[in-house]
Structure formats: structure tokens, C-alpha cells
Ligand binder design. Structure first.
Ligand code: HEM
Ligand code: HEM
Length: 182
């Protein structure tokens, strides 16, 4: 049990690296959507590689979470606030794992693996080529990716509301400085 009001240093590092990577990956996907010709291949290649990196980091993060329990949510939060925060955290983990696997599956149905910036080549999953399936999964993947942005906005507004208005130091639970309230 972590009796501290703070997350561990490893949990903090993974939280912030993954947060930045998710935002960047959304921009890479948007660039792909709006590009033409060869540029499209460039942007989707970057999006796929960063997406798989997010998958690996998120699996490491979950593994870490199982071995090192995170702090309980602050005791002064209302019941509904705890429930909302917890629900969003669970959905985030499902998306951090599910979105990359869905994207990988969409690529696999189109016959492509993932080039990890020339360092490794992730093969396509063993599925028969099916363009219609690839498009359908790709579209659903993109839609869920955009829904994640709405959750990020709620998550950030919650953190800022508690830190700035309620002055309960919520943000410092995820930072190595400042004073969070238990
Ligand atoms: C952009 C993508 C982001 C994702 C996917 C994300 C995801 C998460 C997840 C899953 C947790 C729960 C950690 C756990 O219990 O294992 C968490 C906690 C937290 N996040 Fe984020 N986060 C993101 C961005 C941000 C940003 C921009 C902020 C700051 C404004 C922030 C502030 C926090 C804080 C303060 C906590 C601790 C909440 C508490 O325990 O009271 N997050 N985040
Ligand atoms: C957490 C990681 C990921 C996030 C947040 C994410 C998010 C998104 C978003 C928001 C779009 C839609 C862009 C738009 O329509 O404007 C998209 C499209 C796409 N993503 Fe991802 N993605 C992730 C990981 C991956 C991975 C790992 C792959 C493949 C290996 C992938 C493959 C694709 C493809 C092929 C599209 C284009 C789909 C289409 O337009 O038919 N994504 N992604």
C-alpha cells in the first residue's frame, strides 16, 4: 500500500511521457488526414511507430501499477468525484492499450506491419488481407481516438479545478514537488 499522497517517481515519469506522446500522436494522425500523396505515408508511419511506443510504455505502466500500488484518491473528494476520476482512469488504460492494438490490426488487414523508426520491424498480425475490414477498424480507431480527447479535457479540467480553485494540491500528486493534501 502506498500511504503517501503522491504517486511514485516511475508512475509520474510514465504519466507525463505518455501524456505528451498521446497529444503528439493525435497531431500526427491529423497531419496524416490532411496530407496528400507521399506525405500521407510519412505521417501515418510516424503515427504508427509512436502509437506502438505508447502501447509498450502503457504495458510497463500497468505492470508497475500492479507491483507498486498508487495512492488512494484524496479523502476529501466527494463520492461522485472519486467515481468520475476512477472511471476516466480505467477508460484511459483501456484506450492506451486498445487504441494501438486496434490501429495495428487495421494496418495488418491492409497488409502492413509497423516500422519502428528503422530500429525494428513489427510484423503485421496474422490476418488475411481485407481492405474493407481495415477501413472499418481504422475508422472506429480514429473515432475512439477523438473521444479520448474529450476525456483528456475533463481529466485536465478536474485536475486544474482542484489545484487552482479548491487549492488541494491535486496536481502535485503527479509531480515531484509542491504539497498535495491526502
Ligand atoms: C494527455 C493524456 C493524459 C492521460 C492519458 C492521462 C492519464 C492518467 C491516468 C490513467 C491517471 C491515473 C493514474 C493511476 O492511478 O494509475 C492520471 C492521473 C493524474 N493525471 Fe493524467 N493523464 C493525461 C494528462 C494529464 C494532464 C495534462 C494533467 C495536468 C493538468 C494530468 C494530471 C493528472 C493528475 C493530477 C493525476 C492524479 C490524480 C489523483 O490521483 O488525484 N494528466 N492521468
Ligand atoms: C494511443 C495511441 C494512438 C492514438 C491516441 C491514436 C489516435 C488516432 C486518431 C485520433 C486517428 C484519427 C485521425 C483523424 O481521423 O483525423 C487515428 C487514425 C489512424 N491510426 Fe491511430 N492512434 C494510436 C495508435 C495507432 C497505432 C499503434 C496504429 C498502427 C499500428 C495506428 C494506426 C492508425 C491508422 C491506420 C489511422 C487512419 C485510419 C483511417 O483514417 O482510416 N494508430 N489514430
Amino acid at each position: 500500500m502506498n500511504t503517501n499522497a503522491r504517486y511514485s517517481k516511475v508512475a509520474m515519469l510514465l504519466h507525463w511521457v505518455i501524456a505528451v506522446a498521446v497529444i503528439v500522436n493525435w497531431r500526427l494522425a491529423e497531419n496524416f488526414e490532411h496530407a496528400e500523396g507521399a506525405d500521407k505515408f510519412y505521417w501515418i508511419g510516424q503515427h504508427k511507430a509512436l502509437g506502438i511506443a505508447i502501447l509498450v510504455l502503457s504495458l510497463a505502466r500497468l505492470l508497475w501499477r500492479f507491483t507498486k500500488k498508487p495512492p488512494e484518491l484524496a479523502a476529501h473528494l466527494a463520492g461522485w468525484e472519486k467515481a468520475l476520476a476512477k472511471a476516466i482512469h480505467v477508460i484511459f488504460y483501456v484506450m492506451l492499450i486498445g487504441l494501438p492494438i486496434g490501429g495495428w490490426l487495421a494496418s495488418s488487414f491492409a497488409g502492413y506491419g509497423v516500422d519502428m523508426w528503422g530500429m525494428a520491424n513489427l510484423p503485421a498480425l496474422p490476418v488475411a488481407k481485407n481492405e474493407a475490414m481495415s477501413e472499418q477498424i481504422g475508422e472506429t480507431h480514429g473515432l475512439i481516438g477523438k473521444m479520448m480527447l474529450i476525456l483528456i479535457v475533463i481529466h485536465v479540467l478536474g485536475a486544474l479545478k482542484h489545484t487552482v480553485l479548491d487549492k488541494d494540491g491535486n496536481l502535485f500528486r503527479m509531480l515531484p514537488f509542491g504539497t498535495p493534501k491526502a
